[in-house]
Design a protein around this ligand. Structure first.
Ligand SMILES: *Cc1c(COP(=O)(O)O)cnc(C)c1O
Length: 371
């Protein structure tokens, strides 16, 4: 039997599609001793987490909780609870994560229609309107910040259209929440989820989720039980609500970390935080263009939190990432799906969105590419 050494992980600077760097204040909370999941101290912490989540989601939604599991668990909770067999679901597909939505909706028995656009483009309200006029859908699902392409899907004018056609709007906010404006109530988004390890600045492990009144009413009208026991919001709401009924053991320490990361967002202020993400993204874009590198997404649709950089002809994209990791301890991402081999994905999310990180990455790329 091998004996293993003490854990020895070399810290990296995480400038990929997630996870992002975690502030020491957040890391320290992970080392607090766990208490019971029904301990009054923990129940009080849950209330605080919910209050802080409502603040970052900009919502009054009572059902605003942290799902146990990563961002994908948030996605799974959304489809498991708001899809019944035979329901019609319209998904805007223009990247990897919207394809994952299609797969999930189908597994829960939905009749899925895809509205497709090339990777890196977004949908206009008119396109959604036309698709729903042709055939209504009970649920319309869009990815707000598509991490596979670096495109930002505007959501502000879409919920009204979806509601007029009798549907609910579901938004994936994994790479937007905490890094750029997400205004659930002002935009009328009915269901939204995120993940802790991108712009929120905590380790991976929880999926913030918020559900508005229309969606809650739809949940109550379900004819069938939610087909996923662990993610069933009708029973999870009993644990996060006044009944405090045991459902599963909450990941106690991850909730400590989420609370601290959210508290840091509150301290920084949403506007200041969004301005920081934007300023560092603009610095990165200008620096990349100076290196003669081109960006995959047009400026008006570009995400400040995730930038897709086209790999120049003749450059081995994987070798560049390997050198960044081995020589500079910097992680960036490669392309996914339709963009595999064609782009690098550079994330400036949460605590990773720092001026020094932009400067270091640009200097490293200059050396590696010999520009
Ligand atoms: C990262 C990501 C997910 C999946 O989250 P995991 O934490 O990896 O499970 C879903 N949607 C988008 C847009 C993402 O960027």
């Amino acid at each position: 039997m091998t004996t293993y050494s003490d854990l020895n992980i070399v810290p990296r600077t995480l400038l990929g599609p997630g996870p992002s760097d975690v502030h020491p204040r957040v890391l320290q909370t992970l080392a607090y001793p766990p208490v019971g999941h029904l301990d009054p101290q923990f129940l009080n912490l849950m209330d605080e987490v919910q209050d802080l989540l409502r603040f970052v989601f900009q919502t009054e939604n009572e059902l605003t909780i942290a799902i146990s599991g990563t961002g994908t668990a948030g996605m799974e909770a959304a489809f498991a609870n708001f899809v019944e067999p035979g329901d019609s679901v319209l998904v805007g597909v223009s990247g990897y994560f919207s394809q994952r939505m299609v797969d999930m909706a189908e597994r829960y028995g939905a009749q899925v229609r895809r509205l497709e656009r090339p990777w890196g483009l977004v949908f206009t309200p008119e396109e959604i309107e036309q698709a729903l006029a042709a055939q209504p859908a009970k649920l319309v699902a869009l990815v707000h910040a598509e991490t596979s392409t670096g495109a930002l899907q505007p959501l502000a004018d879409i919920a009204g259209i979806v509601h007029r056609h009798g549907g609910l709007l579901l938004a994936d906010c994994v790479t937007s929440l905490g890094g750029l404006p997400v205004q659930i109530d002002a935009w009328g988004v009915d269901i939204a989820y995120s993940g802790t390890q991108k712009c929120i600045g905590a380790p991976p492990g929880l999926a913030p989720l918020t559900v508005g009144p229309r969606a809650r009413a739809a949940l109550e009208r379900r004819a069938t039980k939610v087909a996923n026991w662990y993610l069933d919001l009708t029973t999870l709401a009993q644990y996060w609500g006044p009944a405090r009924a045991y459902h599963h053991t909450a990941p106690i320490n991850m909730n400590y970390a989420l609370r601290e990361a959210l508290r840091m967002i509150q301290e920084e202020g949403l506007e200041a935080r969004f301005a920081r993400h934007r300023a560092h993204a603009e610095l990165l874009w200008a620096g990349l263009e100076e290196l003669d590198l081109s960006l995959h997404v047009e400026p008006q649709h570009r995400l400040p939190t995730l930038t897709t950089v086209r790999v120049p002809a003749g450059v081995d994209e994987a070798a560049v990432r390997k050198t960044l990791l081995e020589r500079y301890n910097v992680e960036v991402g490669g392309g996914l799906g339709a963009l595999k081999g064609q782009v690098w994905r550079v994330g400036l999310m949460g605590y990773s969105s720092q001026r020094k990180n932009v400067a270091m990455l640009l200097a490293a790329l200059r050396e590696i590419l010999g520009r």
